[in-house]
Ligand binder design. Structure first.
Ligand code: SF4
Length: 699
């Protein structure tokens, strides 16, 4: 029993788990955090929360936290605890040495989607202004980079179009490749409320997620497609809408490029895209697909919500564009209750992308090749900016294996556990001369690090996070950093250790508010954002500037960001990952409510709920064929590798499909996944892996 007592004070801050961005009051007795209370005025959550935000914050005080910097000459050596000064000097000397030997482009950074906007901004600035290259990337590479590409091409910007409030005006909800009740629980409650009021639901997912059938909600249509066939299914929906004349022609004529629409309409009208023609390929009943298309086109306000089941495919970007086409085709953009809404995974993945964490884009999604954009930052930072795009994470690792990339500063990201093809990631890290890991815990990547810089938790810092609806929320310091420095300070100290002796001015931020002022001065969509405004309004959705002084709840109201909306032909191309006699089943992956991503935080809490193991869901038919019973250990093998886990026999998955989560390092889910990736962005194809399942005696 924990005696909570009466809190003496409280601080309003933002949850550090998922992209819903719930606001909480952190209540304290003295310096002791006694509970997190969902804040009733939080605009993303309106007083609600899920178990993670409310109860899974204990990791910040966990004994595994590393609080002192550590260094070692070689990764085989034991760690040595040293002062901050010594660690930063060691890191700077190594990175300088790497650049002197291998050139300016031989080092790079990975920004964190767990950290604040201000921290992500500083890390990409470190790359561009101090290292002198554009080798900066973020975890969006492995999750929503196809959203950036696909929505950028069709609508002109990589942002979700709606606010969460908009769901209250929706008549037909299309959920594709997302599982909101587990992944985005507070938004899922708002969605379910609307469904209980009578809105219709279409689910496109290989697995029977809870929304398909739960005590109070039932989907009108569940299109349980074969993993990897999203493009074929969404194009078939468009085929029905176009060939049956159900599109919103007035919207298309007014808001979209008409010539491109005609080209697109000809393409989707081809008989090969009909539901009947693709039924065998997709595994979706043609009549069900036709009925779903008719419902979406004629059922009133139609809103599309999607997640990593859309993006983490070799055709992730194509599917995002197919979804945008569908929204434009039915006139479902630019008013409450409609739109295209990517459900972002990590708390600040939207923000880290907004802040220029991509190797081709400066803050505000502006290409580094643009001289006028570079000029803004050259003036602000007093340096020349490289006009050539830098390396993405997989390219950094390839270059490391090839011997030309030798130094990495990785903030708040565990690429060895989270990125595909673990063996290749390990080989890349092992080939580097200087790996700096900046994190709360000695994570898997740190096994290959030469420098470990302790990180600060969200409770120990000031700044902002941006959620999936582009809402910028304040993160307020609840307690002093246990490691002595907020993460933005550590990046500044590293930058200054590198700048020392160069004659160039040192960085001198004293509070993240100054970093936000620099972001506002250089990034038009943030021009009106300040901590004063956030304190006054509670939060604000970008764009926030002179045209939208109190932010922008709905995007593309009068016109698309790019002018006319652009229909893009989305040809289905089968993934190279095929099932066959050796690997006859298709594995897809997801999350459970109580865990978060690789579990670095949720596994370090006291409640037993947070220690559930990863299980393999397998259909009774496939289980019987293999002599596998509920709870048995099984061997899961793919062309890339193998692992062992327990089976759950269930008809949630279709015959031929198996499913697991990836929250525990022991599961080693990414030993199984392949090196296939999205054609446009290199986002890994986590959602389709050909596998075989066989009985096992356990690990
Ligand atoms: Fe945190 Fe997401 Fe849960 Fe809200 S829904 S409390 S942001 S994990």
């Amino acid at each position: 029993v924990i005696e909570l007592g009466t809190p003496e004070r409280s601080v309003v801050t933002t949850c550090a788990y998922c992209g819903v961005g719930c606001s909480f009051k952190a209540e304290l007795q003295g310096d002791q955090l006694v509970r997190m209370v969902p804040w009733k005025d939080g605009k993303a959550n309106r007083g609600h929360s899920c178990v993670k935000g409310r109860f899974a914050y204990g990791y910040a005080a966990h004994r595994d936290r590393i609080l002192s910097p550590m260094i070692r000459d070689r990764i085989e050596d034991p760690w040595r605890e040293v002062s901050w000064d010594e660690a930063l000097r060691f890191a700077a000397d190594r990175m300088r040495g790497v650049q002197q030997t291998y050139g300016a482009k031989s080092v790079g950074v990975i920004t964190s989607s767990r950290c604040t906007n201000e921290e992500a901004y500083l890390v990409q600035k470190l790359t561009r202004a101090v290292f002198g290259n554009n080798n900066t990337d973020t975890c969006a590479r492995v999750c929503h980079s196809p959203t950036g590409y696909g929505l950028g091409q069709t609508f002109g910007t990589s942002a979700g179009t709606q606010d969460f409030d908009s769901v209250a005006h929706t008549d037909v909800v299309l959920v594709i490749g997302a599982n909101p009740t587990d992944g985005h629980p507070v938004f899922a409650s708002r969605l379910k409320k609307r469904l209980r009021q009578g809105a219709q639901l279409i689910v496109i997912d290989p697995r029977r997620i809870d929304l398909v059938k739960s005590p109070h909600v039932r989907a009108a249509h569940h299109l349980a497609l074969t993993p990897g066939t999203n493009v074929a299914v969404v194009t078939a929906l468009a085929h029905v809408i176009v060939t049956e004349g159900l599109m919103d022609e007035a919207f298309i004529r007014e808001r979209c490029d008409w010539d491109e629409f005609q080209h697109y309409a000809e393409f989707v009208s081809e008989a090969r895209h009909s539901p009947e023609a693709v039924a065998l390929l997709t595994g979706v009943n043609a009549q069900e697909l036709r009925a779903a298309a008719r419902l979406f086109a004629t059922g009133g306000n139609g809103a599309i919500y999607y997640g990593l089941g859309v993006t983490e495919h070799s055709q992730g970007s194509t599917t995002v564009m197919a979804i945008a086409n569908l929204a434009m085709l039915t006139g479902n953009v630019g008013r409450p209750g409609v739109g295209v809404n990517p459900l972002r995974g990590q708390n600040n993945v939207q923000g880290s992308c907004d802040m220029g964490s991509f190797p081709h884009e400066l803050p505000g999604y502006r290409h580094v090749k643009g001289p006028e954009v570079r000029d803004i930052f050259q003036q602000a930072w007093g340096v020349e900016i490289d006009p050539e795009p830098g390396l993405r994470i997989p390219n950094m690792l390839d270059a490391a294996v090839a011997g030309s990339f030798k130094g990495l500063y990785c903030q708040g990201e565990d690429i060895l556990q989270s990125d595909p093809d673990t063996k290749h990631v390990a080989a890349g890290l092992a080939a580097m001369d200087c790996v700096i890991v900046h994190d709360l815990f000695l994570n898997e990547t740190a096994h290959y690090a030469h420098v470990f810089l302790p990180g600060s938790s969200f409770l120990e810092k000031n700044g902002t996070f941006t959620n999936a609806e582009r809402r910028i929320n304040r993160v307020r310091k609840v307690m002093a950093p246990r490691n002595g420095h907020e993460d933005w300070e550590v990046t500044q100290l590293l930058a200054n250790a590198l700048l020392e002796g160069t004659g160039r001015p040192l960085w001198s931020y004293t509070h993240p508010e100054q970093i936000m002022a620099e972001i506002a001065a250089t990034t038009p969509s943030f021009a009106g954002v300040s901590y004063d405004l956030l304190d006054r309004l509670g939060s604000v959705q970008w764009p926030c500037n002179d045209d939208h002084p109190e932010g922008t709840p709905l995007m593309h109201v009068d016109g698309f960001m790019r002018g006319k909306g652009r229909f893009i032909v989305t040809e289905y191309v089968a993934t190279h990952e095929r099932s066959g006699p050796r690997f006859p089943l298709l594995l897809t992956t997801g999350r459970i409510l109580s865990q978060y991503n690789v579990g670095a935080q949720t596994r370090r809490t006291h409640n037993v709920l947070w220690h559930e193991e990863d299980l393999l869901e397998i259909h009774p038919h496939d289980a019987d064929n293999r002599g596998v019973k509920n709870g048995d250990w099984v061997r899961l093998a793919s062309r890339a590798g193998e692992t062992t886990l327990r089976a759950t026999v269930t008809d949630r998955v279709s015959p031929g499909v198996v499913y697991t989560t990836f929250h525990h390092p022991d599961t080693q889910a990414n030993v199984i996944t392949t090196d296939h990736s999205d054609w446009a962005t290199n986002c890994p194809e986590y959602k389709v892996t050909a596998v075989q399942v066989s009985p096992s005696n356990g690990p």
